[in-house]
Ligand binder design. Structure first.
Ligand SMILES: [Zn+2]
Length: 194
């Protein structure tokens, strides 16, 4: 299916029927809307399509190293990323980031500040990256994390990072905490093709 009105094709393919009445959705002009929308001719329901929020942390150890995990599931299987995942409907962004970090790494953290916010339209996501302080827990691998490793800012595995949003977040974190090392991040942070 072709992208419709900026909705990625893979997402468009899941939006065929009205969630209120079950009739087919139709893409086109809708009265009162400034752009074409998916809507239901039967009941008038407008199916707004918005990005999803991915909440992540960059956990930092007392000695200033950053905790990354080697992903055990796709996308990005086998590559490095910060812990994170989709925000649930009944939690705050900070709560979601802390929960995902605990689930994926076993580490209890608290968010300390926002490193950056990164948009990736082809995946329909917005990624929030928090810097986080490690409060406790015990690092443990699992299905989602094959390895969990603390990297010094000058030893981040730039060529093995899973996602450009992760590269951008780590680049910004390095720029903020170790501006003398920013050149290491720059080469890795080229805009992605997809
Ligand atoms: Zn309907």
């Amino acid at each position: 299916m072709k992208p419709r009105g900026g909705v990625p094709a893979w997402l468009s393919a899941t939006l065929l029927f009205c969630t209120r009445c079950g009739a087919p959705l139709h893409f086109g002009a809708v009265e009162g809307e400034e752009r074409e929308r998916l809507s239901c001719d039967e009941c008038g329901y407008i199916a707004y399509v918005n990005p999803r929020l991915v909440v992540t942390t960059i956990p930092v150890t007392e000695s200033g190293e950053v905790i990354l995990l080697r992903r055990g599931i796709g996308p990005g299987l086998g590559a490095w990323a910060q812990p994170g995942g989709f925000l649930e409907i009944d939690e705050t962004a900070e709560e979601g980031a802390v929960r995902e970090t605990l689930e994926e790494t076993g580490l209890k953290v608290e968010t300390t500040r926002i490193v950056g916010i990164y948009t990736r339209p082809p995946a329909a996501i917005v990624v929030v990256a928090y810097e986080a302080r490690i409060l406790g827990g015990e690092s443990r691998t699992g299905p989602e994390a094959l390895e969990i490793t603390a990297f010094a800012p000058d030893a981040i595995p730039w060529s093995g990072i899973a996602f450009n949003t992760s590269t951008w977040a780590l680049r910004d974190w390095v720029r903020q905490v170790r501006p003398d090392l920013a050149h290491l991040a720059e080469a890795a942070a080229e805009p992605e093709a997809s």
